[in-house]
Design a protein around this ligand. Structure first.
Ligand SMILES: [Zn+2]
Length: 548
C-alpha cells in the first residue's frame, strides 16, 4: 500500500554520486529501498528530473519575530489571500494569506509546492520556543526545526564574564533541550547587548560588553566550542557582527579566523561581505571572503541572496533594524525578549535601480559563482530578509544561465559595482548537479541530517520530480510531483495531500549541576518559573547527539 516506484526519471543524487542517470527510485513505508515487487504502484517520470526533496538551512517561518512581522504588515494579507488547497484523502485544508510572510498553513503548502520538504527557522528566542512549536505544528508537510538564539542572553554573558566556558557548554545543552531546538544560533554576539546599552558604532570582535572579559570574540569562541564539544549535528550557526555596514568583511574574516580549525557555519554571508571604498561607500568584498572559505574546509556558509522585489527584514539583530528604519523611514517594531535577545522587523524593497540593492544582489551571486565547493556554500535568501523562498527558482536561473544573468546585470544600478568580480565577468554556470548540492544535498550534510538530501537506501522518501523546461525558473517553481515521507503530496503540479511533518530537535545530555544556579537566576530575574520554562516532551524523537 505504501510502496511506490518512480520510473524512468533522470536522477540527480550527488550525495550518492548519481549525476543525471536514468534509474528508478523505490519507496517503501516512507523510506527509500533498493527494490520493490513488480506489483508496486508506479509513477512515470520519463524525461523528468528527479532530486531529493529540498532542504532549507536558513529561513524564518515560525517565531515570535515572524508573528510580529505578520502583525506589522496587514496590507500583505489583503493583497495575497490564499484559498484552502483542494486536498484529497481527508487531510485538513486551511486557507491563509501569502505575501513575504505567509500564514503557517500556507507556508507549509507553498514550501511543499516548491519541492522543499525540510525547513529550519534560524532564530528562536528560547522563551518563545513554545510559540514556535505551536506554529510548526500548524505548518504541514515539511519536517521542521529551529535554531536557538544565544550570545546576547544575560545568563551566558555572566558565564563568559566568569570565564566558565565548560559551564557555558552545559548551559547551552540544557537550553537546547529546554527549547526543543536543533542548533545553537549566534546573532551579532554581544553587539545587540551593546546596542541596548546605547552603543551605535561598529562592534568588531574585541569591544568589551560590560566586563573586559566579555567580547564578541569570547562569546563566539564559547558557543563554537559548545556546539562542537556537545557533538551537535549542526555547527554553531553564526550571524556575524556589523551586518550591512561598509567594510564589514574585515569583521567577518576576523570572526572566521577567531574560530579557525573548528567547525562553524556562517550565515547569510552576502550581508557580511562589504568592503569600504575610500569615500566610505560599500563595495564588494566577496572575493577575499570566498577565497578564505575556499581554503578552509571546516567553514561552511549560506549566501542570503537578495532578490529584487518586496522583502521583510526580521532579525534578532535589533541594532541592524534600527539603522534600516532610520535610513529607509519604513515602519518598524523592536522587542527585547526577557534579556534573552532583541528582535526587530522592518519591511524593505530591493530595487534594481537602487545602488545598494544592486550591490547586494551582485555580492550574493559572486559568493555563489566564486565558491570552489558548493557543498559548503549553500542556497538561501534568508527568507524573508533577502526575498521570499518563492524566489528560489529565479535565483536558480541566475546561477544556471549566464546570458540571462548578464542581461539582468546590465539593467541594475552600476554605481557601486566598480572592481567587483561580476562586473569583470564570471562565466560559470551551475549544473543541475550543483543545484542539487546547494538546495538539498549540501544543506542536509551541513545540518547532519543523514537521511535527508539523498536518495540512497534508508533515506527518508522525500523526492521531487520536475518536468524539464527551457526556462529553469519555471521548472523549479512548479514540480510535477513531490513525495514527502513516502506520501505523494503534489500530483500533476497540484497539492493533494498535507500530512504533518516531523519536528527535528536535539536533547543533549548535560551536567545536572548546571540547574542549581540557573534555578536561582530564574527565581531572581525571570517572569517564568524555572519549572515552566522548558517546552516539555515533543511528539518526535530527538535526533541523536554525539558528545565528543
Ligand atoms: Zn536569518
Amino acid at each position: 500500500m505504501n510502496q511506490l516506484r518512480i520510473v524512468g526519471g533522470t536522477v540527480y543524487d550527488p550525495a550518492n554520486g548519481v549525476s543525471g542517470e536514468v534509474r528508478d527510485i523505490c519507496i517503501d513505508d516512507g523510506r527509500i529501498v533498493d527494490s520493490l515487487p513488480a506489483s508496486a504502484r508506479r509513477l512515470d517520470a520519463s524525461g523528468m528530473v528527479v532530486m531529493p526533496g529540498g532542504v532549507d538551512i536558513h529561513s524564518h517561518v515560525a517565531s515570535g519575530s515572524v508573528n510580529l512581522a505578520r502583525r506589522l504588515l496587514p496590507e500583505e494579507h489583503e493583497a495575497d489571500p490564499a484559498a484552502a488547497p483542494a486536498l484529497t484523502g481527508g487531510d485538513e485544508a486551511r486557507s491563509g494569506t501569502g505575501g513575504t510572510i505567509p500564514s503557517t498553513f500556507t507556508t507549509g503548502y507553498r514550501y511543499a509546492g516548491l519541492g522543499y520538504t525540510t525547513v529550519f527557522d534560524a532564530a528562536v528566542a528560547p522563551i518563545m520556543a513554545r510559540t514556535s512549536h505551536g506554529e510548526l505544528d500548524d505548518t504541514p508537510i515539511v519536517d521542521a526545526g529551529f535554531f536557538v538564539l544565544m550570545g546576547n542572553d544575560e545568563y551566558l554573558l555572566r558565564l563568559v564574564a566568569a570565564g566558565e566556558r565548560a559551564q557555558a557548554r552545559e548551559y547551552a545543552a540544557w537550553l537546547l533541550g529546554a527549547a526543543g531546538g536543533y542548533a545553537i544560533k549566534v546573532v551579532n554576539p554581544g553587539g545587540v547587548e551593546l546596542w541596548k546599552r546605547g552603543a551605535r558604532d561598529r562592534v568588531g570582535l574585541d569591544t568589551p560588553v560590560g566586563s573586559e572579559r566579555v567580547t564578541p570574540r569570547a562569546i563566539l569562541e564559547t558557543l563554537v566550542e559548545a556546539a562542537n564539544g556537545l557533538g551537535l549535528p549542526h555547527a554553531a550557526h553564526i550571524h556575524c557582527n556589523d551586518l550591512g555596514v561598509a567594510g564589514n568583511v574585515a569583521t567577518t574574516l576576523a570572526s572566521m579566523r577567531a574560530v579557525e580549525g573548528r567547525r562553524a557555519h556562517f550565515t547569510h554571508l552576502q550581508f557580511h561581505a562589504y568592503d569600504a571604498a575610500p569615500d566610505g561607500t560599500r563595495r564588494s568584498g566577496a572575493r577575499p571572503l570566498i577565497e578564505y572559505i575556499n581554503a578552509h574546509p571546516e567553514i561552511s556558509g549560506d549566501v542570503g541572496q537578495v532578490m529584487f522585489g518586496a522583502a521583510t527584514t526580521l532579525t534578532a539583530d535589533g541594532a541592524v533594524e534600527y539603522l534600516l528604519h532610520k535610513s529607509s523611514g519604513r515602519r518598524w517594531v523592536n522587542v527585547d525578549i526577557e534579556l534573552e535577545t532583541g528582535c526587530g522587523v522592518v519591511p524593505h524593497t530591493y530595487k534594481e535601480k537602487n545602488a545598494v540593492s544592486a550591490l547586494q544582489w551582485v555580492v550574493g551571486l559572486e559568493l555563489f559563482l566564486l565558491a570552489a565547493d558548493p557543498w559548503r556554500m549553500v542556497l538561501s535568501t534568508d527568507h524573508p530578509n533577502g526575498g521570499s523562498f518563492l524566489a528560489y527558482p529565479e535565483l536558480i536561473r541566475l546561477l544556471m544561465d549566464r546570458g540571462y544573468r548578464d542581461s539582468c546585470l546590465a539593467r541594475v544600478n552600476q554605481t557601486l559595482l566598480a572592481g567587483s568580480a561580476m562586473a569583470d565577468g564570471i562565466g560559470r554556470e551551475y549544473t543541475l548537479d550543483e543545484i542539487a548540492i546547494v538546495t538539498r544535498a549540501g544543506p542536509a550534510r551541513l545540518l547532519g541530517l543523514t537521511r535527508k538530501g539523498q536518495l540512497g537506501p534508508g533515506a527518508d522518501a522525500d523526492v521531487t520530480v520536475y518536468a524539464r523546461d527551457e526556462d529553469v525558473s519555471k521548472m523549479f517553481a512548479t514540480p510535477r510531483y513531490v513525495v514527502k515521507g513516502g506520501t505523494l503530496v503534489v500530483e500533476e503540479g497540484q497539492l493533494r495531500r498535507a500530512p504533518r511533518g516531523q519536528r527535528l530537535h536535539v536533547r543533549p545530555g548535560y551536567d545536572g549541576a548546571v540547574e542549581t544556579p540557573l534555578r536561582e537566576f530564574f527565581d531572581r530575574h525571570a517572569t517564568v518559573s524555572f519549572r515552566n520554562y522548558p517546552v516539555g516532551d515533543l511528539r518526535d524523537t530527538p535526533i541523536m547527539v554525539g558528545r565528543t
